[in-house]
Design a protein around this ligand. Sequence first.
Ligand code: C2E
Ligand code: MG
Ligand code: MG
Ligand code: MG
Length: 274
Amino acid sequence: RAKRAGRDCVRVFEPSMKAEHDERARLLTALRSAVPAQEFRLHYQPQVDRTGRVVGAEALLRWESPELGMIEPSRFIPLAEESGLIVPIGRAVIRDACAVLAWWSQDPATKHLTLSVNVSPHQFQHPSFVEDVRLALQTAGVSPSLLKLEVTENVVISDMPSVQAHMQALRELGVRLSLDDFGIGYSSLSYLKHLPLSQLKIDQVFVRNMLSDPREAAVVRTVIALARDLALELVAEGVETPEQREMLSDLGCGLYQGYLFGRPVPLESLCVVQ
Ligand code: C2E
Ligand code: MG
Ligand code: MG
Ligand code: MG
């Protein structure tokens, strides 16, 4: 028995796991130098209203590593989060986003556009977060109401005092808070009415399966009603087909984002005026 257990314990050194560990270590080393080397770049995906008019965009981070090539956020964001590197990376993202808002604000055709930025838990709870945001807005000279910070459920339900304080402080600053990937969490909905949110983004998994699975459609219908009752904006993510758009529209969805309207692209390729 003891021998078996011992053998089980040894499993952590299996070759496949070693390879995975090495890969992580390699990625982390590259990520460390990517910050000073400025290998990150933002892409922008349009968000449209019911009439198809572009009302804003979401900034999505891309890492172009000279050695490793283009690396997906799903591969490096968790690593950046665990290592704390998300703090300097995220600070640069917010600075760039504010610069884009400043640029848009100079033209009557684009000055109404909002920009949404994803913020991870570690970044949100960092002591200097609110001050970083305030400073970035002030330096760029843009209205805080044009900036939307997207956070996930695990951030907003955190009982850490700093998280609750930061949400309030950002709200007072005039920045909008959006709850991203809504519906895939497992927390109770009653917390929603106590939070200083202005937007819900229903997760793309519900949009994807809505037409084929009545249960997913029921979730979408419920979330849209919930948003309406709480006077929150509702964004549907991952809208890929006209059929999805039509069903969402019938259900009363206000804002749309997905490949149907545009993929994430570099700023110079973003089409914001029809
Ligand atoms: P998210 O914030 O939920 O972003 C939506 C993701 O869905 C993006 O993936 C986007 O490219 C993708 N997407 C948009 N429309 C469609 C569609 O119609 N169909 C499909 N299949 N996918 C669509 P991306 O760019 O790979 O980003 C993945 C996640 O990485 C984001 O999810 C966000 O959580 C995180 N992320 C991205 N940029 C940042 C950042 O600057 N900071 C932080 N902390 N996280 C970021
Ligand atoms: Mg997002
Ligand atoms: Mg999302
Ligand atoms: Mg997501």
